[in-house]
Design a protein around this ligand. Structure first.
Ligand code: SAH
Length: 366
């Protein structure tokens, strides 16, 4: 059977949102403000409001003269994300938000409070073109790329909710961002890299998050992993492997027909060598599909000696899917075999399952 290759770098022509401060580097912000007839320092004032104080309402920026904030606000701080609703679970420590974008497109993000950190899982595209058969987002195809600011605003919105004390446990700082929501981040490369700068650049250029607490997860677009290694960033890379052998991975992650397991791991190795950062291998445990002891051994052999650690994800069954999560004893056997090969392995918790907010469940149904 022929596996059709998804559109990778091509995106349907869809209207991108209006320009926003968070799309721009500090130099571009000053240029934009100057073009609007204002002094460049106004750009720094706007940046301090937006990135240091998480303020996105121009009316609240009272250190700017009213006429200036009206003009700059309209030109550089258009509302990009409108909350349709949010749902909570795990005693309020997991919160999924459905956002409507300027053109009616829907995307989701998920906020998860842990004992020691607060993580937001963001979308980088509306829909996804990678067509992984076990993933809810993959079933609808790609709608469009998100703009840099649409990505950053998901993070800023999460940070606002946290700082305002809306989560149980009181006010808290957002610490982690994972690009594990809807979409393939490396298929929206330029905008995702720009958003990484907005997240990690020190305030007021950006939000000042630590690089290692930002994770970019990819199906394994090999040339893009290489490019990311050249950016001089030290963000954490996660690779969605899901199978150690090409025969099975061709079906679970269709882009594998283009870049094979070996090439993907070599690209991740090069990223690790360049950044000194250990990468994650994501592996959804699917009953009787990829969870056999021999596959654990094959994965162990493949990864032993590499600067990688395995994150097993119990499969979240998606509507209409014929697949199920592996039974616990099978999962434990898989963990034991990887450990025997000296490969570090953890099993991800299944946060947000009841609100369809868990890994691979984001489908943005209104
Ligand atoms: N496109 C990126 C981000 C996707 S979501 C990537 O593929 O890495 C993050 C992780 O959730 C990926 O590893 C993805 O394969 C996994 N995932 C998708 N659907 C899932 C499901 N139903 N159950 C468990 N994990 C799933």
């Amino acid at each position: 059977m022929m596996t059709s290759l998804p559109l990778i770098f091509d995106t349907p022509r869809k209207a991108m949102p209006p320009r926003h401060l968070a799309d721009l580097s500090p130099a571009e912000r000053r240029a934009a403000v100057t073009e609007l007839g204002e002094k460049p320092f106004r750009a720094d004032q706007l940046s301090r409001h937006y990135f240091s104080r998480l303020e996105n309402d121009p009316a609240a920026m009272t250190d700017l003269p009213a006429a200036v904030r009206d003009r700059l606000g309209a030109a550089l701080l258009p509302p990009l994300l409108t909350e349709v609703r949010h749902v909570e679970t795990d005693q309020g420590t997991t919160r999924k938000t459905l956002w409507r974008l300027h053109d009616g497109t829907l995307v989701e993000s998920v906020l998860m409070r842990y004992r020691d950190r607060l993580t937001v899982c963001v979308s980088s595209q509306a829909g996804c073109g990678m067509a992984c058969p076990f993933c809810a987002t993959g079933q609808g195809g790609l709608n469009r790329n998100l703009s840099t600011a649409e990505i950053v605003e998901q993070v800023a919105a999460a940070a606002r909710v946290a700082a305002a004390g809306e989560l149980p446990g009181g006010p808290v700082r957002l610490s982690n961002v994972v690009f594990m929501g809807m979409g393939e981040p490396l298929a929206n490369y330029q905008r995702v890299v720009a958003s990484l700068h907005r997240l990690i650049d020190p305030a007021p250029a950006g939000l000042g998050l630590s690089q290692r607490s930002v994770t970019v997860s990819t199906v394994g677009l090999v040339p893009a992993i290489g490019k990311l290694a050249d950016e001089g960033l030290n963000v954490t890379l996660a690779v969605s492997l899901h199978a150690p052998d090409d025969e099975l991975r061709d079906t679970l992650v269709p882009v594998n027909t283009r870049w094979k397991v070996r090439e993907v791991l070599e690209a991740a190795d090069a990223y690790a060598a360049r950044t000194g950062r250990r990468y994650s291998i994501e592996y959804a445990m699917i009953r009787d599909i990829n969870d056999q002891p021999w596959r654990a051994d094959l994965l162990g052999t493949l990864l032993s000696g590499r600067l990688a650690h395995v994150n097993l994800i119990p499969l979240n069954p998606t509507p209409g899917s014929k697949w199920d999560a592996s039974p616990k004893p099978v999962e434990q056997e898989f963990v034991a075999r990887l450990s025997d090969h000296g490969v570090p392995v953890t099993v991800r918790d299944t946060r947000g399952q009841e609100i369809d907010g868990a890994c691979g469940q984001l489908a943005a149904l209104a």
